[in-house]
Write a protein that binds this ligand. Structure first.
Ligand code: SF4
Length: 359
């Protein structure tokens, strides 16, 4: 999969663009002014693989909280600001790793310059985020609807305001809530500039439908080499957003992280509770960072053969599970003990990987 060449920016310690691994990001749902709750949420998100976090900055109190949160955050922090450039200046005083702001919405070129000068001094990037729902009136009149061409034109206007000040540490997002517009907008933008792209389907919806939309939209773009950082937007716990984002990247072999549970769809040969065991095992092993494939298969007829490529796994037998490692049968486990046994094996394997005993 060839990735489109883009410029490199740094969000704290995380590189974005120019071939860097596609970074996973999310946004907190707690009020940024509630520092302990926001920090707790960031810790939770980081533990499942969130690499960059964005915080909504709604007023001066939130702007002041950003610096305090960033000091204790395990991952880089982006301040999300709309319209009020004073909030950007306040956030920059306290410390932040990047700002999301649309320079065309803050009032004047002098205000843009005030932000950009400070950003340049600190070497920080700006994300321009265009949303189909909030396009400029003249573009809506010109195009009739928030079509991808209008979104791209809007983003390029914001870009020009920054370039006018000699500022190029930029990444761009173009969010629409439907998949075809999202795909078209990012495809068009990737032809028009080489700034790194933050890709996402906006307001994708609840867990199931939002996951499908995000997987189709972001999967298409990534498979075509477009996208340098991703955010899955779900009407659900942000922890799910991060898990889905990783699922998309892993399914395209763009990134590897943690346990990949392979489970059969089950059929009339089923001997064990594959659905329940696979779900619980995946849930309980979400904290594991080491990469491994774990198979949970319903019977021995196809199970061991189908699980051959996995690092370890179980195939169901009558009242038992046949445990195998690297395609070789190791032992039989009582069916009621399968879940705990798999958890123990994975934890032990992960520890051995951390200790360098398994490459
Ligand atoms: Fe059916 Fe066995 Fe295949 Fe599962 S592994 S789908 S139970 S044949």
């Amino acid at each position: 999969m060839e990735r489109k060449k883009t410029r490199r920016i740094m969000v704290g310690s995380v590189p974005i663009g120019d071939g860097a691994p596609v970074a996973v990001q999310s946004m907190t749902v707690n009020d940024t002014r509630n520092i302990p709750a926001t920090l707790e949420e960031i810790q939770k998100l980081a533990s499942v693989g969130c690499e960059i976090i964005r915080l909504a900055v709604v007023d001066m109190e939130a702007a002041e909280a950003v610096g305090k949160i960033r000091k204790q955050s395990p991952i880089p922090v982006i301040a999300d600001i709309h319209f009020d450039y004073h909030l950007a200046l306040k956030v920059l005083e306290g410390g932040v790793d990047a700002i999301r702001i649309n320079p065309g919405n803050i009032g004047s070129q002098e205000k843009v310059r005030a932000i950009v000068d400070r950003m340049k001094d600190k070497g920080l990037p700006i994300r321009i985020g265009v949303n189909a729902g909030s396009l400029e009136r003249d573009l809506l009149e010109q195009y009739g609807h928030p079509v991808p061409e209008a979104m791209v034109e809007s983003a390029l206007r914001h870009v020009q305001l920054l370039e006018k000040e000699g500022f190029y540490d930029i990444k761009i997002s173009l969010k629409a809530s439907n998949v075809p517009d999202t795909i078209d907008a990012y495809t068009l933008m990737s032809e028009r500039c080489d700034y790194p792209l933050h890709i996402g389907v906006s307001e994708a919806g609840p867990l199931l439908s939002g996951t499908v939309k995000s997987a189709v939209g972001l999967g298409y773009l990534l498979a075509h080499g477009i996208g340098d950082t991703i955010r899955v937007s779900l009407a659900a716990d942000p922890v799910e957003e991060v898990k889905v984002a990783w699922g998309i990247l892993k399914s395209l072999n763009l990134r590897q992280r943690g346990v990949n549970v392979i489970a059969c769809p089950t059929c009339g040969r089923l001997e064990i509770d594959v659905v329940g065991i696979a779900q619980r095992v995946e849930e309980r092993l979400a904290h594991i960072k080491e990469t491994m494939d774990v198979s949970i298969l319903g019977c021995v007829v196809n199970g061991i053969g189908e699980g051959k490529e996995a690092d370890l796994g179980i195939a169901g037998g009558q009242g038992v599970g046949i445990y195998f490692e690297n395609g070789e049968v190791v032992k039989k486990i009582k069916d009621t003990d399968i879940e705990e046994f798999i958890i123990q094996q994975v934890e032990a394997r992960a520890q051995n990987m951390r200790d360098g005993k398994i490459p």
